[in-house]
Design a protein around this ligand. Sequence first.
Ligand code: G3P
Length: 218
Amino acid sequence: MKFFIDTANLDQIKEAEDLGILDGVTTNPSLMAKEGISGANNILQHYVNICKIVDGPVSAEVIATDFDGMVKEGDNLAELHPNIVVKVPMTKDGIKAIKYFSTKGIKTNCTLIFSAGQALIAAKAGATYVSPFIGRLDDISVSGVGLIEQIRLIFDNYMFDTEILAASVRHPMHIIECAEIGADVMTGPLSAILALINHPLTDSGLAKFLADYNKLNG
Ligand code: G3P
């Protein structure tokens, strides 16, 4: 499973990259705003800065909601760097835009997916990735991981190339469950990625090893 980090924070992206396990980055307008990035030029430059840190797909979301606007914005974003993936919302115009980008060979990430039907139609349009928001489904008492399972079955039935990018991941169990089901990619916060490393028995075991070593060598 590929690991993407879901942030526009350059320090966190660098920290994840330094671990050596980072495959890509996803951003969205909320995450860009959280970092205080505003103004068209600053936003574009920020995507370029992210691409300089990580050698992998970087999702950059269009703001336009109409087909013409999405196409214009997406074409500009795609020109920024070869690793840019144009992130398009799951709407009727979004599906048309994904088809347009796919025909042009521009990679896309269809975002705000909350049902299997949405994932299916995005795959039919040629999306490179679909992003089911599992945390937000859990928030309304619907199993986010259950949706990943459903989409996995559908994509496998028809051998769609579209990758399942589990998004709105909030904690390490989301990552583990997505890996068990076979999500192609997960995108989550640095905290969820780092939490995979920790185990109290590792900590106490290491402390004991060092204490025993120091008894004779200390
Ligand atoms: O990847 C989508 C993500 O940014 C949304 O996460 O935690 O706001 O639901 P969250």
